[in-house]
Design a protein around this ligand. Structure first.
Ligand code: SAM
Length: 237
């Protein structure tokens, strides 16, 4: 199965305590305020966790994701405009004031896809518009996520998440057992997340027409060797 097919309906449940979306959204809104932003495109928006927070802060939000299953959940959550689209082929009706891509969306792109994706993002933005996104760091993918197994288990579902580190990427095999009466039904899906070094991200941004304003750990924290989430704040030239 493609990634985020079977996982979609449990994504919010399984990731409930994973990330500090409220603090991240404060960082994004501070950037937005600095640039007089009204409309934000939320790339790889998934189930709309960040879209919903930005919408509540008064922004017009367009959410883009390749998984129709994730977008179905997002549409139940809030009234942002949601588009099912591969962000590598991003095509918007008009240029937006700002783009964001939070929680690993960019890790799903191969290293060779970074600069072309950033170029599409630049195309979708007004001159001077901010683009803020993150990647799970090489440190995290190597030391925390790669070659590790995670699980979720309760009365209705069991999820096994086994990872294999392959040097430039982590292959993630998800096995979900859903209880239906007296039986458990099994579904499988695979995710591949790619390792992106900060220097490669910055080079690809420059190539695509962005200037990097700030790099931080998890939206505003001081960067260290062991940072888990590298956040980039760039501006379209
Ligand atoms: C870890 S989820 C993050 C979702 C959301 N941003 C959040 O914070 O909950 C990664 C998302 O990236 C999406 N995605 C991966 N590759 C994509 C692509 N090429 N185009 C659009 N969406 C993509 C997946 O469908 C998934 O919803």
């Amino acid at each position: 199965m493609n990634s985020y097919t079977i996982l979609a309906k449990y994504y919010d449940k399984f990731t409930r305590n994973d990330c500090d979306y409220v603090r991240w959204s404060q960082y994004l809104c501070e950037v937005a305020a600095r640039h007089g932003v009204r409309e934000i495109v939320d790339l790889a928006c998934g189930t709309g966790k960040m879209s919903e927070l930005l919408l509540r802060r008064g922004y017009d939000v367009v959410g883009v994701d390749a998984s129709s299953e994730m977008l179905n959940i997002a549409r139940q959550k809030c009234k942002a405009a949601f588009i099912c689209q591969d962000m590598r082929k991003l095509s918007l009706a008009h240029r937006a004031d700002m783009a964001v891509c939070v929680n690993d969306g960019v890790n799903y792109l191969k290293p060779t896809e970074l600069a072309p994706f950033f170029a599409r993002a630049a195309d979708g933005l007004k001159v001077g518009a901010p683009f803020v996104f993150d990647v799970s760091s090489p440190f995290k993918l190597t030391n925390k996520v790669g070659d590790n197994v995670f699980y979720w288990d309760d009365e209705l579902q069991t999820l096994l998440w086994s990872n294999a580190f392959r040097g430039d990427r982590v292959e993630m095999d998800l096995v979900l057992f859903e209880r239906r009466g007296d039986v458990y039904c099994r579904s499988d899906e695979r995710h591949v997340q790619y390792v992106h070094e900060a220097a490669a991200v910055v080079a690809a941004l420059a190539q695509a027409g962005f200037d990097v304003v700030e790099q931080s750990d998890s939206y505003g924290g001081k960067l260290t060797e062991q940072a888990l989430r590298l956040a980039f704040y760039a501006i379209k030239r």
